[in-house]
Write a protein that binds this ligand. Structure first.
Ligand code: IMP
Length: 429
């Protein structure tokens, strides 16, 4: 029977940090359930509610809306200690979580030894990825290698001990081979993590079943992605990617519903582009503009505090993201950051190292490092957009900029964010 509710995916269309947390926070108002479908504590969603700032790493941003149910799907790698740190911090700040958080029994657990290996591998690598150091790659490696531990396993003490022991042993040997030292700290951290097992198990649920039932009951569901399309394990700038599928199709696999249950896919793009970590970044600005935009946009990582590289809007990537994710619309964030810049560049294509121009996003990451963007220059609007709440009240040049973005990306703009506050949003009718 066809689902009667509605199911929307929110997906990042650049290299993460597009402002998905803000869009989820705004859209969560109108839904009943928000579920995360991949990633782990590498994500950092910053949300402003009134004067308060919340940075969420694992719990969906929807948690800041009273009464909404928030779920973590099977596609997530869940760091138990970090999860309860965040959970308890929300309670301490007065957020009522009772009966509101559920974790898939099929979600993989990320243990302190995964973090240890992530950092040892990065420290010793000739070609660094620039990971967040949260253990994401090693946890997904254990999942794919069928050595992982899932939430449901927490209920079987004997099996759990055995699986954890084998996985930990293997990783510790690898860490030592990489020249790093395993100290007693790891045992302490492991004991802390495992001591939280029963508490996590109590939140365990069948997320796919929960969402399917909710949809049959006519409820509205939001599936929240982390990172972005260019960091997707298959479609991103491999190997400079994260270790999960970040794109919209993964929202079905990562929560346990069928793809036909999804009806809307909102792609989130910043009005310009940023990237943290290593890897090619075709539309990177010159050092002066890079610094200028970073200062205007406060472009520092929410998880690691690292400065983000800043660049112009890249419509080759946006168009690719529209295709890979099957976007039904775009949410353009941080338009206000461009308010004072007199002239803006938008990349319409790439000049390849052999001189040809393409508007396809290349699979070959090494040639992507050598492309020259072909830019179109658009006039800035040089006035504040922060107080604008209706499309028709935006300056003409800002509207022209957004029209061009939509045309090049091949997806209509449905939302425009003009500041970090919940109220600073324009819904395009
Ligand atoms: P990992 O996900 O920690 O393994 O990092 C792999 C790559 O993804 C690195 O380039 C990170 O900087 C990047 N990355 C991971 N999570 C985020 C995020 O939430 N925002 C932006 N970049 C991220």
């Amino acid at each position: 029977m066809a689902a009667q509710g509605s199911c929307t995916v929110i997906v990042g269309c650049q290299w993460g940090d597009e402002g998905k947390g803000k869009i989820v926070d705004v859209l969560a108002e109108g839904v009943d359930i928000v579920a995360r479908y991949q990633g782990g504590a590498n994500a950092g969603h910053t949300v402003h509610v009134g004067e308060d700032e919340f940075v969420l790493h694992q719990i969906p941003s929807g948690i800041l809306h009273e009464g909404k149910k928030c779920l973590l799907g099977n596609g997530v790698v869940l760091d138990i200690r970090q999860f309860f740190e965040e959970y308890d911090a929300l309670i301490a700040r007065g957020v009522d979580l009772r009966g509101r958080v559920g974790v898939s029994n099929r979600a993989q657990l990320l243990f302190p030894y995964h973090r240890l290996l992530d950092n040892a591998a990065e420290d010793s690598a000739a070609q660094k990825i620039g990971t967040t150091g949260r253990g994401i790659g090693p946890a997904y490696e254990d999942k794919a290698g069928r050595r992982g531990v899932r939430v449901a396993d927490l209920g079987n003490t004997e099996k759990l001990q055995e699986r954890v022991h084998i996985a930990q042993d293997r990783i510790c040997r690898r860490v030592e081979q990489l020249g790093a030292v395993v100290t007693e700290q790891l045992d302490m951290e492991m004991a802390e993590a495992l001591a939280l097992g029963d508490r996590l198990l109590a939140l365990g649920t069948d997320v796919g079943r929960d969402i399917s039932r909710a949809l049959l009951d006519g409820r509205r569901v939001l599936l929240e992605g982390a990172q972005g399309t260019a960091l997707d394990l298959d479609h991103g700038t491999y190997p400079f990617v994260t270790s999960s599928n970040t794109t919209a199709a993964a929202a079905a696999t990562g929560t346990g519903i069928g793809p036909t249950s999804i009806d809307t896919v909102v792609g989130v793009v910043k009005a310009y582009t940023t990237r943290v970590g290593e890897g090619p970044f075709p539309t990177a600005c010159d050092p002066k503009m890079d610094e200028h935009i970073r200062a205007l946009g406060g472009e520092f990582g929410a998880t690691t505090g690292r400065p983000r590289r800043c660049g112009w809007f890249d419509s080759v990537l946006a168009r690719f993201a529209a295709q890979v994710n099957g976007l039904t619309g775009l949410a353009v964030t941080k338009l206000d950051v461009l308010d004072t810049i007199p002239e803006l560049q938008v990349a319409t294509g790439y000049r390849m190292p052999d001189g040809t121009v393409t508007d396809d996003f290349p699979a070959d990451t090494w040639s992507l490092s050598g492309v020259e963007p072909v830019y179109q220059t658009l006039p800035g609007w040089e006035q504040s957009t922060c107080e604008v709440r209706k499309l028709e009240n935006l300056p003409a040049n800002a509207r022209a900029y957004l029209d061009r973005v939509a045309e090049l990306a091949n997806a209509p703009v449905h939302w425009i964010s003009v500041g970090s506050k919940r109220s600073q949003i324009i819904e395009v009718a």
